[in-house]
Ligand binder design. Structure first.
Ligand code: FES
Ligand SMILES: [Fe+2]
Length: 437
């Protein structure tokens, strides 16, 4: 019996029930209605540039293998053997023409097809229909400017439609330079004792916590450029944009004369040096914007100034596994890429100073909400209700950056999806596979 989520989220009054963050039934329904249906981030194209390159990923709790096959096509498959379920690829990344299961030796091509079965003649008497026992494919896989996403729903709208207004803001990082972006330095993974939504909601629009939670990290000057002279802050307008479909962005709008918002230092000077190119690519209005934290609904977040992208993988109502990468302009000089990598590591990696602050908050918010009495009291998302505005120059609805309209948009979309049956799309995937067997 599905849970009625209408009673859990009230965006009009700005109330969100704590069961969203601790309840096992809510979590199971999320896996089906959010994670089996939405477009989820899988990998960056720069991680698999050559035929046969692969990386591992997750969609919800399902392990995924993302592969560029020998013909150069990008595909994604459930990383589980069709025989007894062993993980067919146990490496994080690499290059392979085929994947041989280490349990009984079934072998799959890098296009997912079953190409080898030990004992096919002797034990299966050539009666196994190998065409029907390939790896389970992710229903749709598409890239947006280097970012590869997948959905299990064959009837999901296109990725471009799903991103909607969010794409306009993503381009500020992804398309500011010729050649786009690349991921460097591998992936960092860690587990937090928190519900995944605390992290996604924070990156979607929580500018409120920054001067409180991160004051000590700021005071010790842990960021590159800290202490360097900065342009006049009065030129900046700090905004948040609700990008629709649950997506949220924090922004800085440059209202001054100069092109760049950047301060000094190696990274500040780099941003100033690319400002003219960025203006040419992004246009005069958009090049006046800098994005900070963003969340692409449901669980993919970016932090452009600190060069990190990450996925908040769900691991139960009270666990999240973070996968984080460093993203840089492909055309940036080597010393700039290295400075970006170090800046990311010091601030928002597993051991990053800002990351510690956030994780501590989210873990405690989850823990306290497990209490019998505490969980009966909803969270307050009422800040700045009715202060949203539309600006004809920029898509989405805008508000001051310290405002919770992005989070109301996030939970509104969550409740909408949780209240809908998955329908023929996701259910159809299982039916199609059963009809094969
Ligand atoms: S589980 Fe993979 S071959 Fe048996
Ligand atoms: Fe934070």
């Amino acid at each position: 019996m599905a849970i009625s989520t209408q009673s859990l989220v009230d965006t009009e009054s700005g109330l969100v029930d704590r069961r969203l963050f601790v309840d096992g039934e809510v979590y199971e329904q999320e896996l089906e209605r959010i994670f089996a249906r939405c477009w989820l981030y899988l990998a960056h194209e720069s991680q698999i540039p050559n035929p046969g390159d692969f990386v591992s990923a997750y969609m919800g709790e399902d392990p995924i293998l993302v592969v560029r096959d020998s013909r150069g096509q990008i595909g994604a498959f459930l990383n589980t053997c069709r025989h007894r379920g062993m993980r067919v690829c146990r490496a994080d990344e690499g290059n392979a023409a085929a994947f041989t299961c280490t349990y009984h030796g079934w072998t799959y091509g890098n296009d997912g097809k079953l190409v080898g079965v030990p004992g096919y003649k002797e034990y299966y008497y050539e009666e196994l229909d190998m065409e029907r026992w390939g790896l389970v494919p992710v229903a749709q896989v598409e890239s947006y400017k280097g970012l590869i996403f997948g959905t299990f729903d064959p009837q999901a709208p296109s990725l471009t439609e799903y991103l909607g207004d969010m794409a306009y803001y993503l381009d500020i990082l992804l398309d500011r330079r010729e050649g786009g972006t690349e991921v460097i330095g591998g992936v960092q993974k860690w587990t937090m004792k928190c519900n995944w939504k605390f992290a996604a909601d924070n990156f979607a629009g929580d500018a409120y916590h920054v001067p409180v939670s991160h004051i000590s990290a700021h005071k010790v000057g842990s960021l590159a450029g800290e202490g360097e002279p900065r342009p006049d802050p009065l030129r900046f307008e700090r905004l948040s944009a609700n990008g629709g479909n649950g997506h949220g962005i924090l922004l800085i709008l440059n209202r001054g004369e100069g092109l760049s918002l950047a301060g000094g230092g190696l990274l500040g000077n780099y941003m100033t040096s690319i400002a003219t190119e960025a203006q040419g690519r992004l246009g005069p209005q958009r090049s006046r914007l800098a994005t900070s934290a963003n969340t692409v609904f449901p669980n993919f977040s970016l932090l452009a100034p600190l060069n990190t992208i990450r996925v908040w993988h769900p691991r139960g109502p009270d666990r999240a596994e973070v996968w984080a990468w460093c993203i840089v302009d492909k055309a940036a000089p080597a010393e700039v890429k290295e400075a970006m990598r170090v800046n990311y590591l010091r601030s928002f990696s597993m051991a990053g100073m800002f990351e510690q602050d956030d994780g501590e908050n989210w873990n405690e918010c989850t823990k306290t909400s497990q209490g019998l009495l505490a969980r009966r009291y909803p969270f307050n998302y009422q800040m700045g209700r009715g202060r949203e505005r539309h600006d004809e120059e920029y898509p989405g609805s805008l508000a001051p950056n310290v405002n919770e309209h992005n989070q109301r948009g996030f939970y509104g979309r969550w409740a909408q999806l949780m209240g809908e049956e998955t329908g023929a799309g996701v259910d159809g995937l299982a039916e199609r596979l059963q009809s094969h067997c």
